[in-house]
Ligand binder design. Structure first.
Ligand code: DAT
Ligand code: MG
Length: 154
């Protein structure tokens, strides 16, 4: 099938999500939706690395604390692939503030506070490309055929 809207997005379970044992739940949601995992690693990022990741937010008052927190413990970093996944992934996450996130979304189901919102997901196709390239080297991607593909896409 010619799928011109096939996209990749960067998703990471943050240190709070890892500590709370929520990696499995989060991975399960993306799997069940039908998305395809194409890269993953469990790592503790440095504060400088997180400052680069969140460079867009450098003028925000919470930038320093956010980067410190994100480098305080391991994160589970992933690249997921699927049709329209950047938009759909953000909908699965919920709003940035868990208090505004609907039940059924990851943040709406699993967390309470904006500074401990357990998961990151790229917000635009452009940022997805930048984040995927920042976190993963080309050789870290696994090429394989998902047996679900013909049943997920027309
Ligand atoms: P998102 O993670 O939904 O893309 P963002 O990119 O605007 O949100 O901000 C990155 C993270 O920074 C967010 O997940 C949690 C934290 N954050 C955002 N706004 C905040 C605020 N007002 N106070 C504290 N932390 C905040
Ligand atoms: Mg963001």
């Amino acid at each position: 099938h010619a799928n011109c809207t096939m996209e990749r997005t960067f998703v990471a379970v943050k240190p709070d999500g890892v500590q709370r044992g929520l990696c499995g739940d989060i991975i399960h949601r993306f799997e069940k939706r039908g998305f395809k995992l194409v890269a993953a690693k469990f790592i503790k990022a440095s504060e400088d690395f997180m400052k680069t990741h969140y460079l867009d937010l450098k003028d925000m008052p919470f930038y320093g604390g956010l980067c410190k927190y994100m480098s305080s413990g391991p994160v589970f970093a992933m690249v997921w692939e699927g049709e329209n996944i950047v938009k759909l992934g953000r909908m699965m996450l919920g709003e940035t503030n868990p208090a505004d996130s609907k039940p059924g979304s990851i943040r709406g189901d699993l967390c309470i506070n904006i500074g401990r919102n357990i998961i990151h997901g790229s917000d635009t196709l452009e940022n997805a490309k930048r984040e995927v390239e920042l976190w993963f080297k080309p050789e870290e991607f696994v090429t394989y055929t998902s047996c679900f593909q013909p049943f997920l896409y027309e």
